[in-house]
Design a protein around this ligand. Structure first.
Ligand SMILES: [Fe+2]
Ligand SMILES: [Fe+2]
Length: 358
């Protein structure tokens, strides 16, 4: 039977990193000076929103750089918000665990919240500095970021479901899809040749922590499913996971929603594009009017997300028909890279393991 014993190993690693939390994150964020950005990027060039579209070519070189950096700001502000969400739910899970179960496991759940808090502070510090360079404030960015509203729904939904069920199994079972998406974008950012060196180092340190959080998601997801004894509940949870995973994406996505549409449109407006032109550019981008296929990096990244989801599904102890249904649902959002019968039609990205500098 799946259990939380694996968290002891994760906690040992986390214990070692704890002393360096300030040096690995907060000090680097303080050190970052936006006036040193020069020609450096802050986000993978080809993953920059609207990259290669007519609107991209209408922008001056300066504005292209700005769009790339503001895409980073929007992405990492959203990540910071998502990490606060996971803190709320991790602490809630920790409360149940410290009262009813293993107190050491409860401590590891709470430890992730300590790490996420350092990550959030780091991201906000860097994002504020980048915005300041362009004469913008976090308020401007926040006003343009509509997708963060979804985070409130996410926490409220898991809180209500957790309260009704008496546990947070649904949360832990579905968290993995978010980790996969975040990992893919972050690892591509680290690998971007023109990345600013300090921001690259911060993201590298973050990716190492998040690789452990991802192990927690996978391990906890299996325990959570194991604890759902009712087969109907298990089936609903699996189908809900697949629906959720099919809507978590990078680049352009079939299941894009009005919140992400508005965030992307308003980001162009922050770069000085008139609203009408920005709205038109968004629709053409989403509907693949000018570039039916994504560039290689984006396709391989999307294929990687799909592959990771397949591997998570394959790992679950559920009937084969349910695995097939889950894969079909996830592929529904990823039609551009999915292949019937197999995971993907293009070669997914491959990432080597990251380790801390000695
Ligand atoms: Fe984090
Ligand atoms: Fe995390």
């Amino acid at each position: 039977m799946a259990n939380f014993d694996f968290t002891r190993r994760l906690r040992t690693v986390s214990d070692k990193d704890l002393d360096k939390l300030k040096a690995n994150f907060l000090d680097l964020a303080e050190q970052f000076d936006a006036s040193t950005m020069g020609d450096h990027l802050l986000f993978p060039l080809e993953m920059t929103w609207f990259y290669g579209e007519p609107i991209w070519h209408e922008l001056s070189e300066e504005k292209k750089l700005m769009l790339n950096r503001l895409t980073f700001c929007q992405n990492n502000y959203t990540t910071a918000v998502a990490e606060v969400c996971s803190n709320v739910l991790n602490f809630r899970a920790s409360l149940d665990t410290i009262i009813d179960e293993d107190t050491d496991v409860a401590l590891y759940m709470a430890r992730e919240a300590v790490e996420e808090t350092a990550h959030v502070q780091t991201f906000l510090t860097v994002v504020r500095k980048v915005l300041g360079y362009y004469g913008l404030t976090l308020e401007d960015l926040r006003a343009s970021n509509q997708s963060i509203k979804l985070s409130r729904h996410y926490v409220n939904m898991h809180t209500v479901v957790g309260w009704l069920r008496g546990d947070l199994n649904f949360y832990y079972f579905t968290r993995y899809a978010l980790n996969v998406n975040q990992k893919t974008v972050e690892r591509c950012t680290i690998n971007e040749p023109r990345m600013h060196p300090i921001v690259r180092q911060i993201l590298r340190n973050h990716a190492i922590d998040e690789a452990r959080h991802m192990q927690m998601s996978r391990g906890a997801g299996k325990v959570a499913l194991d604890r759902m004894k009712n087969p109907i509940v298990r089936t609903v949870a699996c189908l809900a996971y697949a629906q959720f995973a099919s809507r978590v994406f990078l680049g352009r996505h079939k299941k894009d929603n009005r919140y992400t549409r508005e965030s992307r449109t308003r980001l162009l407006e922050l770069c000085g594009v008139p609203r009408e032109r920005a709205q038109q550019a968004y629709l053409e981008w989403r509907d693949r009017v000018n570039q039916p296929e994504d560039c290689e990096l984006v396709r391989a990244g999307r294929a990687y997300c799909l592959k990771c989801n397949h591997s998570y599904i394959d790992d679950l102890e559920i009937p084969d028909w349910l695995k097939r249904s889950m894969k079909r649902i996830v592929a529904g959002g990823y039609a551009d890279v999915a292949r019937p019968g197999g995971p993907t039609s293009v070669r997914p990205l491959e990432f080597e393991d990251l380790t801390r500098a000695a």
